[in-house]
Design a protein around this ligand. Sequence first.
Ligand code: ADP
Length: 285
Amino acid sequence: MADLPSQWTHEPHHILQFRAGDKIADIDTDSSPGYTGDKDGSAEVQAERNERFAGLQEMLYANGKAGDSRSLLLVLQGMDTAGKGSIVKHVVGAGNPQGIQYTSFGVPTEEERAHHYLWRIRKALPAAGHIGVFDRSHYEDVLVVRVHELVPREVWEPRYDEINAFEEELVDSGTIVVKCAMFVSLDEQKRRLAERLDRPDRYWKYNPGDLDERKLWPAYQEAYQAVLDRTSTDHAPWFVIPCDKKWYTRLAINELLIEALKSMKLAWPPPGFDVEAEKKKLAQS
Ligand code: ADP
């Protein structure tokens, strides 16, 4: 707990981790598990934690440059308006863009459809020393695909096991996988969509198709439950993030990233040259 802000009663990775038997229906999306503070004061904590994240992220990048092959993958999954974009902007955005690889996964292109569904995912995996951010992911292939019956059950059903094997291989090769399932309530989603329709600077975020997805909420809940039940593994567990409070969502995911980076036990890489000799040479130059 050493460098965790005092407002946290428990380490976020512990309190937010999905556990066998947990039910999505029981999630209080308006809660802020493990955090005793409220919105007032959260910006200050956030600013400090952004810096902490940025420092660790730069260290990961520096190590990558020095030959360390490890990396981190942040998977953001959630219904529209859950706040995926806000995490990218306000949490990951605090880092050094040189070491961030952001990818959003939309409806597959013709080329992508001609390949296995993991083809586009593998291409976007983070390089050594990088943090990869997946805004939606391979989980769409067992979420939207299942809900809309885009392929028959015999095709999507084996994907859970295939995804587990894929992620295990990824972790074994040195990538820490942080999977965040972001849950917003139906009412809060309505408020956020209404705001998009009220603000010209938010129209670009609005998609009329989002309303059709709202009608399928129960089917999505069922599909998300199956994802959590079947793909929360020891090597790549899911974290369940309540998302009605934007400030909490940011603090929680920021902290999960810090915890993951700290678990890598990073240090600044030693110089690949003689520092004193270089200083002398520089002085004489
Ligand atoms: P966002 O809605 O996240 O801002 P986009 O406008 O690009 O981003 O929309 C992404 C859409 O693509 C979502 O409706 C999502 O369900 C869909 N999508 C993503 N992956 C797949 C997939 N494998 N098959 C079908 N649809 C997908």
